[in-house]
Design a binder for this molecule. Structure first.
Ligand code: FAD
Length: 576
């Protein structure tokens, strides 16, 4: 049976983890607290399996906080012929919109149709029209809106800074978006509501085996990130089945129970940059081409303000093979050049100023954990062409591995994984079927009627029905209603809530993942860092030395990002 519900608090969770002994093992232990791992933990716990999850760093600190934040089918995967992936993703998009309406919002997209020498290419327009119909038929319709063609004047309203004299029309279609790190955190909290033991900053360093059968029967974890500094107690956690959901680190984790194994992951780097909205002024997501290669980039407005304006636009993403350190992929000057060049080629210099690297207020860089399967083992294949399908497999020692996939399809990946786990455990009938298709995530309620850009709207889209918990903090200490970071919508109460209720334990957790201030305005976030550190120091019981250490670590992170952005890495960009 699933365990008793625990508060989402690290100390209590660690105690519960220690209780996983050989006499009383967990049914499932999940390694990795990205969207895949937390999805597996929720699926398992909701079936009544006794579940634990350990995350080496922070929830979503890997790829799951660095995506393009789309809950989508992916128009371009259709163009790659991956109809099944798109169908499944669009079905999952619908489910997620029902189960987490507070976190997932409809995001209209526009593909501008431009003339060349005053003429629209009939071939291009026809191909686009067919792609739009295909997308709708594959499942786009599930969102309740079909694509439409809009006039040049209507297209100009959505993208007023582009070459209006070349704009002949636009295609509008509808997808959805979500704050990826918040989605992962909410899934983790929902898993805990269903009795899962969920701990961050707890690294798996060994997989143990039964002496007689040779089957994996538990893991050794370190209370800490396992990289040395600050590492603490070693805990042996017994579990009947172990799931490797370690994303791009899956091969590292595989090596704990498989001494020789093929590389199963081909990491592909993708970067995004954030620029001030004033310079781009899109009011919905817009897709722009990258000249000279067949790629395209998204321009996505972020941070609604009253009156239909926004704080920022983020632009991405690239798709390049990556063989650097997995822990620290950086956005290099080459990546920035590539994105800025494409962006500026889409902007009319007579209407808006050129966007330069000085305008960039934030960057993020993530690694796609693409599956290296037998069919796409060709190292010459472009990473953009590799399938985003997921794969579930089992090692000789019985460790179940789930690789690949997308943020959007996390629930389905979890269902497939736990189906296999339940079979291996010979679990009772009740645990053989996933219970997550209609399972509401924490905070799901009625959609807000608050106007975009208001505090009520901001809180509703981050916490749903739990927004009252933030308001209760403010009622008790009114100064917590003040902004956390200048120019950003986050409140000081959100930082306090993050450490009390969301297991944030570092300054970076608060600035980069519980809030997204770091991604969208690094300079403002850095300027506020001292103040934020003092605010959460009280809550976390930090000494003056620890507060200084946290500040130092955060400043170093910012410096590393800045320095990487100044270095040319000579990366060849593949084409989609
Ligand atoms: P991760 O999020 O990386 O999680 C793995 C976790 O395992 C990490 O947190 C890590 O710390 C932990 N771990 C590693 N080793 C250990 C250990 N020894 N002990 C304990 N824990 C360990 N998908 C979409 O649907 N929509 C999009 O718009 C989209 N855009 C993307 C854009 C980019 C640039 C990228 C890179 C990906 C994008 N994706 C998108 C894909 C999606 O983000 C990923 O598929 C997904 O986030 C992968 O999640 P994961 O949990 O498998 O990996």
């Amino acid at each position: 049976m699933s365990g008793a519900k625990l508060p989402f608090e690290r100390g209590a969770m660690l105690d519960a983890l220690r209780a996983g002994t050989h006499a009383d093992p967990f049914d499932v232990l999940v390694i990795g607290g990205g969207i895949t791992g937390v999805g597996v933990a929720l699926d398992a716990a909701a079936r009544g399996l006794r579940t634990a999850l350990v995350e080496r760093d922070d929830f979503a600190s890997g790829t799951s906080s660095k995506s393009s934040k789309m809950v989508h089918g992916g128009l371009r995967y259709l163009q790659n012929g991956d109809v099944r992936l798109v169908y499944e993703a669009l079905r999952e998009r619908r489910r997620l919109m029902k189960n987490a309406p507070h976190l997932v919002e409809i995001l209209p997209f526009m593909i501008p149709i431009l003339t060349k020498d005053g003429v629209v290419s009939k071939k291009v327009a026809k191909a686009l029209g067919s792609a739009m119909w295909m997308y709708d038929l594959t499942g786009g319709w599930r969102i309740g809106k079909l694509h439409k063609r809009v006039s040049a004047a209507q297209a100009a309203v959505h993208f007023p800074t582009t070459y209006l004299d070349k704009l002949s029309a636009g295609y509008l279609y509808f997808d959805a978006a979500a704050d990826d790190a918040r989605l992962a955190l909410t899934v983790a909290r929902t898993a805990a509501e269903h009795g899962a033991v969920v701990v961050n900053r707890c690294s798996v360093i060994d997989v143990t085996r039964d002496d007689e059968t040779g089957q994996a029967n538990g893991v050794t974890v370190i209370d800490g990130d396992g990289r040395g500094d600050g590492d603490g107690e070693r805990i042996h956690v017994a579990a009947r089945c172990i799931v490797n959901a370690a994303g791009v680190w899956a091969d590292e984790v595989r090596s704990l129970d498989e001494t020789a194994h093929p590389d199963s992951i081909r990491p592909a780097k993708g970067v995004h940059i954030t620029v001030p909205w004033d310079k781009v002024r899109v009011d919905i997501a817009v897709i722009i081409p990258v000249r000279a290669d067949r790629r395209s980039l998204f321009l996505v407005p972020w941070g609604p303000r009253p009156g239909g304006t926004f704080d920022h636009v983020y632009v991405g993403t690239t798709d390049t093979d990556y063989d650097g350190p997995l822990d620290d992929p950086q956005c290099t000057a080459d990546d920035i050049d590539y994105v800025l060049t494409a962006l500026n080629q889409a902007l009319d210099p007579d209407i808006t100023e050129r966007v330069t690297s000085d305008d960039i207020t934030g960057v993020w860089s993530g690694l796609r954990p693409l599956v290296k399967s037998a069919t796409d083992n060709d190292s010459n294949a472009k990473t953009a062409d590799l399938s985003r399908q997921h794969q579930v497999a089992v090692s000789d020692a019985g460790v179940v591995r789930v690789n690949g996939g997308k943020l959007t399809t996390y629930r389905e990946m979890a269902e497939d994984t736990v189906d296999l786990v339940a079979e291996r455990l010979d679990a009772p009938r009740r645990a053989r079927r996933s219970a997550t298709r209609h399972l509401k995530l924490l905070g799901a309620g009625r959609p807000t009627t608050a106007a975009p850009g208001t505090t009520d709207h901001h809180l509703a889209h981050r916490y749903g029905t739990m927004a009252d918990e933030i308001r209760a903090l403010i009622a008790f200490r009114t100064e917590l209603a003040e902004p956390l970071v200048s120019g950003q919508p986050y409140l000081r109460a959100e930082a306090v809530y993050a450490v009390r209720r969301e297991m944030a334990t570092t300054l970076d957790d608060v600035l980069a993942r519980r809030t997204r201030a770091h991604l969208f305005d690094r300079p403002a976030s850095l300027a506020a860092a001292h103040d934020v550190a003092e605010l959460i120091a009280d809550e976390l019981g930090w000494s003056a030395e620890e507060t200084a250490r946290q500040l130092d670590a955060y400043r170093r992170l910012c410096e590393n990002e800045e320095n990487a952005g100044a270095q040319h890495a000579h990366v060849a960009h593949t084409t989609d």
